[in-house]
Design a protein around this ligand. Structure first.
Ligand code: HEC
Ligand code: HEC
Length: 322
């Protein structure tokens, strides 16, 4: 591909980031759910100039070409590998205007998603539909997107999407690396963390920061382009102890999420997912913003966990095979 569309920037002017302006219209303070601000990506106010939307781009392995403005059309995102998506339901590919954007735009055709949204591949139909109902009723909240979209969706579209994504097998997606420092970065309009063109590093501190492994491919919505999550030193060992033994603070996750944490019945997979997504959910359970009938099972799990524990758990879970 024309790798370098976004990164031509590296040498000078700016990195490109492009998405529909609608994405800018949210209020950052509305998210935190009581969790640490670093887990809720928010677009930076100052954005580098976007590249020309007419530029054509490709991703590795696809025979297709799309213009950048087509790639950021949330009602018709790119289907880079149509041969992998035969029979894709209409709502997944096109959404249902005016309110419902194509699921594939944010969660990708692979259902793997980006850190600001999340993975939906391989979720059981029951769990998937329950989440959509919880978004509708307010038992679960995503003020940016899912609450409004779940309310606008028909039951048939929810069912089609649930059946479709349940059949997609999750793939390895996030590489977890313990680090003291990370590249200096900013959040683009679609809330993705990207390294600054001018380079430099900064301390990671007690946060988790996720970067695209290959920014160009991620910005082009390549369904097979994953992330690197930088996590504080020591998180993996600490997370492993909490997850596998409870460490006197919590309940062993495998009791409900399956021996390999890949899900059991309608209890979802927690292995191999974006650590930022996991942190947000753990805080949503902890503060009670995620309060569906089944979410109550997470209450004893979360009650005694502090932020550093949750960070470690999310890091360790992210490092496991999906
Ligand atoms: C514009 C971006 C966007 C689009 C389009 C989108 N989602 Fe989402 N989705 C999100 C975000 C953001 C979250 C919540 C992340 C969080 O809770 O931290 C989410 C979460 C979810 C979850 C919860 C996953 C879990 O593991 O519990 C489901 C299910 C879901 N979306 C289904 C859909 C369906 C079905 C569609 C298509 C109709 C869709 N989404 C379209 C952004 C999007
Ligand atoms: C007693 C059973 C039980 C135990 C033990 C348990 N969970 Fe859960 N967990 C659930 C259920 C049920 C759900 C789904 C809730 C819903 O439907 O909203 C869930 C959901 C989650 C989710 C949200 C996943 C998503 O895709 O949104 C995360 C993250 C999670 N659990 C993490 C953990 C961790 C980490 C542990 C161990 C420290 C753990 N759970 C132990 C029952 C349990």
């Amino acid at each position: 591909m024309e790798t370098g569309i976004f990164w031509a920037a590296r040498s000078g002017t700016a990195i490109a980031a492009l998405v529909c302006a609608a994405l800018l219209s949210f209020n950052s303070t509305a998210f935190a759910d009581g969790g640490p601000v670093w887990a809720y990506p928010v677009a930076d106010k100052e954005q580098p100039p976007s590249p020309d939307g007419n530029i054509k781009a490709r991703v590795p392995g696809s025979a297709l070409t799309y213009q950048l403005k087509e790639i950021d059309n949330l009602f018709e995102p790119p289907i880079w590998f149509p041969e992998h998506n035969v029979g894709m339901p209409r709502v997944v590919q096109y959404g249902a205007a005016p309110a419902v954007r194509a699921c594939a735009a944010c969660h990708l055709t692979s259902g793997q998603g980006h850190p600001e949204s999340g993975h939906i591949a391989g979720l059981s139909v029951n769990y998937f539909k329950r989440q959509m109902q919880d978004f509708r009723t307010g038992n679960r909240t995503d003020k940016v997107w899912m609450t409004a979209m779940a309310r606008a969706m028909t039951d048939k579209d929810i069912d089609d999407a649930a059946q479709w994504f349940a059949k997609i097998k999750p793939i390895p997606w996030v590489k977890v690396v313990e680090a003291d420092t990370i590249p200096k970065s900013y959040f683009n309009k679609s809330r993705k963390r990207l390294p600054l063109a001018e380079g430099g590093i900064e301390p990671l501190g007690e946060r988790i920061a996720e970067f695209p492994q290959e920014p160009d491919r991620v910005l082009l919505r390549d369904p097979y382009a994953g992330f690197t999550a930088y996590v504080p030193k020591g998180s993996l060992a600490k997370g492993r102890e909490l997850v596998t033994q409870g460490a006197g603070k919590t309940v062993m996750c495998a009791a409900c999420h399956g021996v390999d944490l890949k899900g059991a019945g309608d209890i979802p997979r927690i292995a191999g997912v974006s650590p930022l997504y996991t942190v947000r959910q753990m805080f949503a359970f902890k503060t009670g913003t995620r309060k569906g009938a089944h979410a109550t099972q997470m209450q004893p799990v979360i009650a005694n966990l502090q932020e550093a524990d949750i960070t470690a758990i999310a890091a360790y879970l992210g490092s496991l095979a999906p």
